[in-house]
Design a binder for this molecule. Structure first.
Ligand code: FAD
Length: 415
């Protein structure tokens, strides 16, 4: 079949782009290898950062997600130095919704936007004219093949992107120094300051937050080289780890509601988002992020939206989308820069001097804390933390707070 846009992968990135193209009046094929609309991504902590709120609202999905009982609200950070000051934090709320709930709603919304949602199609080949990618070949469940052509082909098929590999797109891997374990509990009693909490514990992260189904999700992301070599009981590991954290709830008194999901090794991957004429990559296919700070779903929403916004007018007008794809590339650079910072952090080395300074100052100063929260929710770029005025403020705050504590303890502060 001939379409304006052929999108491979009906998950967050693919459905976002498909819905927006469909609304613009373009003819869209959305191909998905799973045959069932409800088959969800298994490996995903599904914690959507505040930056995801605007694209979800635009898709008309925010209220639907909240209505599923998804967790939403504010998030607090507990650093090694104490709770960060939340008195001026104005970041948009997180959304935490399991993929078994999110994925079918997204696909249903795509199908309702005039898109041909073609389930049970595994893309196995690509069609080209010279260097231009013009379509894909898909295998159906009965072994037969279909071809779908379009003026734009979009790889939204995740971190192992078949579309990228068929086009011979170079990929760059960065190892991840942390492992990722998560599970769900019922009846978690706690007196935490906000619905969701992150503990920054030296090199490790722990996140606890409500999700749909009346569950509390707990994710532990330790530096791999600190893991016990004989670790087999990951649930006991999570519970022991959380018990060692300040102010954390006692999970052994709650009821674990699922097996632990384990991602021992999840490298970061980069591919060019516009690798060939007629071809664009979005979501994990272009940038696979570190799951620890959890930007992946948010970036999939954003990149799907940026691509559709940049290219829909040219496609509607029947123009070559090359210039529009360059605009998509420029928009995408914002998250490529974030990915660059993330690659350093994914090494899971000890916090840098700047990170330690900000973690400590944020406990005492609402402005430093506000900036950290905005970056954590991906609403502000990481570079906003590297501002000399903020560093000077953090140094002063830290100096004063140490002087106060030294005064209370009756001796002079260490400088
Ligand atoms: C352990 C772990 C925890 C994570 N936790 C979080 C988190 O808390 N918050 C967050 O924001 N992100 C998290 N992520 C990342 C997040 O899951 C991804 O960034 C996000 O799912 C990317 O969406 P996507 O649409 O780009 O691709 P995907 O969700 O990977 O979807 C790709 C789609 O393409 C389909 N497909 C693949 N190949 C083909 C083919 N050949 N033909 C047809 N269809 C195909 C797949 O079936 C799938 O539907 C986590 C990831 C991991 C591994």
């Amino acid at each position: 079949m001939d379409y304006d846009v052929v999108i491979v992968g009906a998950s967050i990135g693919g459905c976002t782009a498909a819905i927006l193209y469909g609304r613009a009046g373009l003819r869209v094929a959305l191909l998905e290898k799973h045959r069932n609309i409800g088959t969800a991504k298994r490996l995903c902590g599904h914690f959507l950062l505040g930056r995801a709120q605007a694209p979800l609202q635009r898709l008309g999905l925010w209220d639907d997600m909240v209505a599923t009982g998804a967790g939403t609200g504010d998030l607090s950070i507990r650093t090694e130095y104490g709770w960060t000051d939340r008195s001026r934090v104005d970041a948009p709320p997180f959304l935490n919704v399991r993929r078994t709930t999110l994925d079918p709603i997204l696909r249903g919304r795509a199908a309702a936007s005039g898109v041909d949602l073609l389930l049970g199609r595994t893309v196995t080949g690509q069609l080209t004219e010279g260097r231009r990618v013009t379509g894909v070949r898909a295998r159906l469940l009965d072994g037969t093949e279909e071809t779908h052509t379009g003026r734009l082909v979009v790889g939204a098929d995740g971190y192992r992107s078949k579309v990228a590999s068929l086009a011979g797109v170079p990929e760059r891997f960065t190892p991840n120094g942390r492992a990722f374990f998560y599970t769900y509990y019922r009846n978690v009693r706690h007196t935490l300051p906000t619905p969701a909490v992150v503990w920054w514990n030296d090199r490790d992260w722990v996140v606890l937050g409500p999700t749909d189904g009346g569950l509390t999700e707990v994710a532990v992301m330790p530096a791999k080289d600190t893991l016990p070599p004989d670790l087999t009981d990951h649930a006991a590991y999570i519970e022991r780890y959380v018990a060692s954290l300040p102010d954390a709830p006692d999970l052994t008194r709650a009821e674990r509601a699922a097996k632990v999901v384990i991602a021992p090794d999840y490298p970061l991957i980069r591919r060019h988002p516009v690798p060939a004429p007629g071809l664009a990559l979005i979501g994990d296919a272009a940038l696979t992020a570190d799951p620890t700070p959890a930007p992946g779903c948010t970036w999939a929403l954003l990149s799907g939206q940026w691509l559709a916004d940049a290219t829909a007018p040219a496609l509607l007008a029947g123009d070559d989308p090359a210039a529009a794809l360059r605009r998509y590339r420029r928009a995408h650079r914002a998250i490529e820069r974030e990915h660059a910072f993330m690659r350093g952090d994914a090494e899971a080395g000890p916090p840098s001097a700047v990170q330690r300074l900000l973690r400590e100052a944020a406990v005492h100063d609402p402005e430093v804390s506000r900036r950290l929260a905005l970056v954590g929710m991906q609403v502000a770029p990481t570079t906003s933390l590297l501002n000399p005025a903020l560093a000077a403020r953090a140094l002063l705050v830290r100096h004063r707070s140490r002087r106060r504590s030294a005064g209370r303890a009756g001796h002079a502060p260490a400088v």
